[in-house]
Design a protein. Structure first.
Length: 229
């Protein structure tokens, strides 16, 4: 997990006085706690479902706290004045979790199990699998609010969770790398090729899911809850 060290905080020293710096560190600590809460919930679901269904609903899980440079960049890009209050009020992705699943339907099952929990509040859901971005990007992004229990109070905090399949993550990682190769970025045929690859990947995901369904049917294994009764 990425910890916000002194070196990274340098980016903020010219904007914040000592008091604001202290409040900023405190806020980041709250986000870290909220991120751990949600990660634990997902780990618990993964363990329970692995035992019940003999396979992991997710392959890996990564957590990160948004870097001070990215926070600064996002607020500046949106024309929002830079302050600790605005960071908390305006940004939903300070605490971020990325869950990499094997199959698309595992994504929807995990989202449902997570948002059904009674201390979780779904703030927003963006389904870029059903509605991919124009460049072909696919993923499900949810913002959830989870309470953290401090010494003297309970504080609701927002966490972004991105769910992707291995194939979607493969595409997004390479596309992200290529985006920063500026001379390539502008070439139209590159965008078209990336879009085409995203379509292929989506077909691949659907095919792999069909193969899994066939195997499970052959094994007489019904993975739905009905089949377990
Ligand atoms: P990082 O370091 O990953 O956090 P925004 O675009 O951020 O102003 P919003 O509504 O927050 O607005 O964006 P959205 O659509 O929910 O997605 C934000 C995050 O999704 C990005 O984070 C990426 O991680 C990922 N993402 C979205 N679109 C793409 C895409 O086209 N390609 C790739 N590779 N990833 C994408 P950040 O903010 O970029 O940074």
């Amino acid at each position: 997990m990425e910890i916000m060290d002194e070196y990274k905080l340098e980016a903020f020293r010219e904007y914040f006085d000592r008091g604001e710096m202290r409040r900023f560190r405190e806020l980041m600590m709250y986000y870290e706690c909220a991120m751990l809460e949600v990660k634990t919930k997902l780990d618990v679901l993964n363990k329970e479902l692995s035992l019940r269904k003999s396979r992991n609903p997710f392959e890996s899980i990564k957590c990160r706290i948004k870097s001070p440079e990215s926070i600064l960049e996002k607020l500046t890009r949106r024309g929002i004045p830079f302050s600790v209050d605005n960071i908390e009020k305006e940004l939903n992705d300070i605490a971020g979790i990325r869950v990499i699943c094997s199959f698309p339907d595992d994504i929807y099952a995990l989202v449902d199990y997570l948002i059904e929990q009674d201390d979780i509040r779904l703030v927003t859901m963006k389904d870029y699998i059903k509605n991919p971005k124009p460049n072909g990007y696919r993923s499900v992004h949810i913002i959830v609010e989870v309470p953290i229990f401090l010494t003297d109070r309970k504080k609701p905090m927002r966490v972004e969770v991105q769910f992707r399949t291995i194939a979607m993550d493969f595409w997004a990682s390479l596309e992200h790398k290529l985006k920063y190769k500026k001379n390539i970025k502008k070439a139209e045929d590159i965008s078209e090729q990336l879009f085409y690859c995203a379509e292929l990947i989506s077909q691949l995901d659907a095919r792999m899911q069909q193969i899994r369904d066939k195997i499970e049917l052959n094994e007489g294994q019904d993975f739905s809850d009905e089949g377990e009764k």
